[in-house]
Each structure stands twice: as structure tokens, then as C-alpha cells.
Design a protein around this ligand. Sequence first.
Ligand code: PSV
Ligand code: MN
Length: 431
Amino acid sequence: MTTNLPLSDDLIAQANARETAALEEDYAALGRQLERRGIDIDAIKGRVAGFSVAVPSWGAGRGGTRFAKFPIAGEPTTIYEKLQDCAVINQLSRVTPRVSPHFPWDKVSDYAALREEAASLGLGFDAVNSNTFQDQKDQAHSYATGSLSSTVAETRAQAVEHNIECIEIGKQLGSTDLTVWVGDGTNFPGQQDLARSLDRYLEAAAQVYAALPDDWRMLLEHKMFEPAFYSSVISDWGSSILAAQELGPKAKCLVDLGHHAPNTNIEQIVARLHRFDKLGGFHFNDSKYGDDDLDSGSINPHQLFLIFNELVEAELNPRDGFNPSYMIDQSHNVTDPIESMLSSAEAITSCFAKALLVDRQALHGAQESNDTMMAFQALRRAYNVDVAPILAMARMESGGAIDVLSTYRQSKWRERKAQERKPVGLGAGIV
Ligand code: PSV
Ligand code: MN
């Protein structure tokens, strides 16, 4: 297979050459500091090198809010251009080797060719996402009454069929997960029967479930509100786990960090879902109010760390299994999406690395003896470590950039694409 990587290796090597001496110094100093705590920095670096998080195809564009889109010159408009931008992110960060596509947004006529194109860019495909929250041109039945839970039988059948089509596409792309998020819900008390709408959802979702290949999972993504503001059919992790339990073992819950009420204890939700073998994956982003699109780790990096602390615990106690899928799901309208995704991938990987630094023996010992302060300090001591040299060293050793953002700017990728790509229309925002 021919490789077609978007940035030149020379550019990355030259940028790294200017940073290598300082990195080696910082890495050695951190290595000595961690050694005093009995931690082998190279072992942590090895775990970091094995970590990955998928990026969403739609995150390569400046999605913005549903109120406005402010396109930038050089923004991608096709899945092919989006893949190129995702390849830039992976080439620099080395932690985002998979792209999660969304249908019908990313529909093409030849999926084998799309898979090959992705592979030549060093990318594979992650979970396929269905879209029954928007009407498409020439669609027979509107989703105005909901999709999998609609009162209209033909609409439900159409939503089921679309999800099955996504599975078929996913098989061709090499995916093994179908992520299902429905915007179904109501805006008025009394608008729909709360129990019967869930019954309809479960019946339709079971038809999708029945079409899953043996090695596939169906990831149910809950969201408290928006676009429905009074009730959502799969509004919270309770509805999600009940639905997943009803559907069967291949149905798991997907936690989008922005889909909860403010201040919800998401790390506890993670522990609960894992306890019942229903932790399917994450959509990473951050949130200040009830939003779900701010850059990961930009508002509450400590929460992200606490989530990874639970994930490291879960991995050590796999119970029935531990295989959550990780993806970034963010899209706003103020930065170059490549830069946001690079920054988020770094924030996510940092929290993973910090969680690995937690002295588990000290933590568990303090928990058992009810030494609250020392239990908390076991977490605090790990959270306070600046793990940047570990991430940078892992990246450099696998061909990525020590300083991802500065190398990206030096590449002038966006400026070059502004000359080549057709301008994006104003369009509408997405949810
Ligand atoms: C819904 O807000 C969501 O988080 C789901 O993952 C969608 O598929 C995605 O955003 C894209 O709009
Ligand atoms: Mn999401």
C-alpha cells in the first residue's frame, strides 16, 4: 500500500531538532522525580505510546452551534478532505489513528476505496454513527415526530433501516461499533407518553440490534436535553443502561461528557457502568453549563483525570471485560479544528498518563483504613505531575511532533488548503 501522509517527515524532524535537547533534559528530570516515588518513567511512556483516541469526521469542520457557522478558508467539505485533516492530526500527535464517520454526512459511492484512501493516510475507521436527528433531502418520512421512538410506524422502520445501512457501511470500512444517538423527545408535558415512547424505542432498537454482526457492539449514547427540551427518550445513564440491558450483551452505554446536568459525578457513572459490564465508550469534550462541545479538558481537566482514574481502576479489575472506545466529540466555531483536536488529544492523553501515576497501593490502603486525606492525596500527587515530557517523548519516538501546535503552524497546512479547497457555504450549525 502506498502511503500518502499529508506533512513531510522532514518538516517534523526539523521542528523536533530544535526542541530535542530541552525535551531530553525535562524527561530526565521528571524520570528522576518519578523514580523517587518508585515509578519507572519509561514504563509510563510505553503505556502512553499504546494509547489512542478516535477523532470525529465532523469535528474536522467548524461545526459551530446551531445558531451560526463561521467557516474558515481551507476548511474541508468532503469526507476525503476531512480524512486529510485527520491525518495531519495523527501525524503530529500519533494518538488519533482512527476516524469516526457519521452517515449520511460522509456517504460515498465506494467504501472500499474510502477505506484504502484512509489507510494510505495512516488512518482506520472507528465507530460508525447514524443520523436520525435530521431530515435529509428526498427522505420519505420526517423525523419531526422522533425516529426510533416515533409514533409513526413508517418513520421507525426508516430509522431502523438507516441504522442497518450504517452497519453495512461500517463492515466495509472495518468498523465494529455502531453508535446510536437519537434526538427523540418532547418539548411539552403531555406531548408523548413517556413510557410508551421508550417502548417504541426499545422495539425499534431491538431490530437494529438483531442486525449486528457477532463481533459488533451497539453503543447507546444518552443526552439529557437538546434538541428536545422537556424530555429525551434516552436522557441519562439510567435510561441508557436499562435499554442496553434489555437489548442484550452487545449493547453498551456511551458517555458523552457534555450530556449531563452540570456538576454530575461522571466518574461515578463510569464506575457503575463498568460494574455491570455496560461501559461501551466515551465522547470526550468539555462543558460549562449544559453544552457539549467545548474542547476536552478546557474547563474541568480535574474531572477528566478522575474519569481516567476510574478507567485505570476498571482496567485493573476487568470483571467481565474492559474495552471502552474513546473518541473526541467537540465542534465549535472559534478555532482551527485541527488545532482544537491536537490540544484536546493532548489533554486526554495527559489525564490518562496522570491516572497511571496514581499510587494504587497507597490509594487502596488509605481507602481501606478510612484515611480520607491520604486517599485524596494519592490522587492529588498524581494530578499535580506535569506529564508533558512523557507525552512529547512518546510522540517524538513514534515520528510525531514534540510541539504539535507550533509544528502545525510551521507547516502552513491551512493556508495551503485555502488555496486548493473550495470555500465552505455558510450552511447551518449542527447539534
Ligand atoms: C449529539 O449532541 C452528539 O453528541 C452525538 O454524538 C451526535 O452524533 C454528535 O453529537 C454529532 O452531532
Ligand atoms: Mn456525542
